[in-house]
Design a protein around this ligand. Structure first.
Ligand code: SF4
Length: 330
């Protein structure tokens, strides 16, 4: 059974403020508000293509779903409900300060199963610097209410925000481990034209990490989540010509996750290699052969540039992300 989403975007509808980094019109490639009739059309078209929709969810993304004026919100849910009954339910994303017991009751009535929170950071100074309008305590409170009401909880985090630091990113990851959401999305910052972040960047007030720093940091996050059983269901913004057109900086790459997974292997292989070694064979988990070789074989090239000829071979006994050096250091 294939799992997937029927994505319905509600760009900025309900947002009580404009976060410094955000332009959902670019991210969702949609400028018009979504109405109930759009929901019916999108679901009808999508479900006609899916023979077994039981693993498919209807997903409202791109805004602050629970802050949409109530009549409008319930109209969208009502339109989705008959379709949701045929598939795996509804998921929504929203802000941590727009969750309360009453709205959770409404969501449950309409078949919502998963609630994703835009967390971004668990450092209050970073949240304030990026105009989020909520605190880390709001995130913890909303997470508790969502869990108590029986929904699955998702978190979305955004490393690399204005005034963030490696210590602040670490604080966020510690909270991810403490709360253990059922799923995590990691969206390293992309600086989009027209946002306040873009202004700060142009003025030199915001100096993002380098791509190398971000890859190292996000690779470490992915590995930590893997080891703690937290599924990372997205890493990096989805590939989009609109994001490519409007990104003026930050960390957009169409294969961002692959780059991070390659980096996990590179770091681990480098750790095992002995000084002066010129050849090495690593046994790796069979489904991770291309990750170990690197995106477009970048790990092979990286080690070759250091005078090391690297080969990887599949071995079903080797766990994921734990390459095993087979050739003794010379
Ligand atoms: S990040 Fe979320 S709350 Fe902030 S402006 Fe974007 S959609 Fe709205």
């Amino acid at each position: 059974m294939k799992h997937g989403n029927i994505a319905i975007f509600v760009p900025h509808i309900g947002c009580p403020c404009r976060c410094a980094f955000c332009d959902q019109h670019t991210i969702t490639a949609q400028t018009q508000p979504t109405r109930a009739e759009d929901v019916v059309r999108i679901c009808t078209q999508a479900l006609a293509q899916i023979p077994d929709p039981s693993g498919t969810e209807i997903a409202f993304f791109g805004g602050s779903f629970t802050a949409i004026p109530r009549e409008e919100m319930t109209a969208l849910l009502k339109a989705a409900q008959p379709f949701a009954a045929r598939c795996g339910g509804i998921r929504i994303s929203t802000r941590p300060d727009c969750i309360d017991p009453e709205v959770l009751t409404v969501l449950r009535q309409y078949g919502v199963k998963v609630i994703e929170l835009g967390v971004q950071s668990m450092d209050d100074a970073v949240l304030a610097a990026n105009d989020r309008g909520h605190t880390a305590a709001d995130v913890l409170r909303a997470s508790r209410l969502i869990r108590e009401a029986g929904f699955q909880l998702g978190w979305q985090i955004m490393p690399g925000l204005y005034q963030s630091t490696p210590a602040a990113e670490e604080k966020t990851m510690q909270q991810v481990l403490a709360v253990q959401p059922e799923m995590l999305r990691i969206y390293p910052v992309v600086i989009l034209r027209g946002t306040r972040l873009a202004e700060l960047y142009a003025a030199g007030a915001y100096v993002p990490y380098t791509m190398e720093q971000m890859l190292d940091m996000t690779a470490a996050m992915l590995l930590t989540c893997y080891r703690h059983g937290i599924p990372v269901i997205r890493c990096g913004l989805h590939a989009s010509e609109f994001v490519e057109r409007d990104a003026v900086g930050g960390f957009y790459h169409p294969a961002f996750r692959e780059l991070c997974e390659s980096r996990i292997y590179r770091r681990e292989m480098a750790r095992q290699l002995g000084a002066g070694q010129t050849e090495a064979v690593f046994a790796v988990c069979p489904s991770h052969l291309s990750r170990a070789a690197g995106h477009k074989r970048e790990n092979i090239r990286f080690f070759r540039a250091q005078g090391i000829t690297l080969r990887v071979r599949a071995d079903a006994d080797v766990p994921a992300y734990e390459p095993r050096l087979e050739q003794a250091p010379q």
